[in-house]
Ligand binder design. Structure first.
Ligand code: GYE
Length: 331
């Protein structure tokens, strides 16, 4: 037995429902489209390193805010400082057919395979903050970020100037960032180059504190136990320096006086320590990459040519300069 009538009714109801949804969707996009998905927005898959430092938190905020501002649909993934998580996230983005992929590679090596997969899927990739060591530069469109070698060099040059009248040997300990990461490799290199000609400046210990406060504290404790005379600490970021402050104070030494402390980043907590006289010098590294990144995403999506390298502009801070800059510091 056929029952034409009810099925027609069902069709009519479905049609009405579909029309209503369609109209609602139109209404949404007319008013700026806050919805997810297929509303003509560019979709950006972004794989972040983690949340290891104040710098990273400020960087994540900058990226999220800039995406909203630019009307870009952001799919954000936190890799918890693990390369395997980043590779998984990038593969997911490829599967979801996002328009553009951007990421801040936790370490420099081991990206060729997944970058090739993105290229084969015709999804452009932008590197932000940290770079990769891939020989094939066609695997990504652009690298936006700081010159980490320069940061290390600026830190070293300041120290050379400070210690030029030092009579005896100056013992330096170094807290490195995440092993294998571009900023750890490059800051170490730049610093070593800058102090190389001064034989009284000696790095007596150098170890990774993984860019975290906890890591900085723990490794500094070991340094202090193993080395009775430490004159200088060079920490590859503020957070490790801040962790080290606790270890130094607990060992009965006065940070900024007994031990000269140099760091990189200039996030608010670091700047506060500098203004308070606990740190002595900071080489700035700006985390506010969001707006420039969104600009690149749009251009790359439109098929426009973009520069292969965009370098972030940065400065350095002494204690006096930190006092001046602190009230207006954004991060
Ligand atoms: O200096 C550090 C963060 O890649 C520049 O990563 C970034 C570094 C930054 O954890 O604080």
């Amino acid at each position: 037995m056929r029952t034409h009538l009810p099925s027609r009714k069902v069709i009519a109801v479905l049609t009405a429902a579909l029309l209503a949804t369609g109209m609602a969707a139109c209404g949404n996009s007319d008013t700026g489209g806050s919805g997810s998905g297929d509303d003509g927005k560019i979709t950006l898959g972004f794989s972040q390193v983690g949340a290891e430092s104040g710098w990273r938190t400020a960087n994540t905020t900058s990226i999220k805010e800039a995406a909203t501002e630019a009307g870009i649909d952001l799919k954000f993934d936190d890799a918890q400082q693990k390369q395997e998580n980043q590779i998984k996230a990038i593969r997911n983005f490829i599967q979801q057919k996002v328009d553009v992929i951007a990421f801040s590679p936790v370490v420099e090596s081991g990206w060729d395979t997944v970058l090739k997969e993105a290229k084969d899927a015709k999804i452009p990739v932008i590197l932000t903050d940290r770079s990769v060591d891939s020989a094939d530069k066609s695997l990504y469109k652009s690298f936006l970020g700081s010159d980490f070698v320069k940061e290390g060099r600026l830190a070293g040059e300041w120290l050379v100037e400070q210690k030029k009248a030092a009579a005896g040997p100056v013992n330096i300990v170094e807290l490195q960032g995440t092993t294998g990461s571009a900023p750890a490799n490059d800051r170490k290199k730049g610093f070593a180059e800058a102090i190389a000609a001064n034989s009284n400046l000696k790095i007596i210990a150098s170890q990774s504190g993984d860019f975290t406060r906890a890591g900085g504290k723990q490794v500094m404790e070991q340094f202090l136990k193993a080395n009775p005379k430490i004159d200088v600490l060079f920490a590859h970021n503020d957070d490790m320096g801040l962790g080290a402050l606790e270890a130094i104070t607990a060992a009965g030494k006065v940070p900024g006086k007994d031990i000269t402390i140099i760091t990189v980043d200039a996030v608010k907590d670091g700047m506060q320590a500098l203004a308070d006289g606990k740190f002595n010098f900071i080489a700035e590294c700006s985390p506010l990459l969001g707006p420039q990144l969104m600009d690149l995403v749009k251009k790359v999506h439109n098929g426009e040519e973009v520069p292969a390298r965009i370098e972030t502009q940065e400065t350095t801070f002494t204690q006096e300069q930190a006092k001046e800059a602190l009230p207006n510091r954004k991060y």
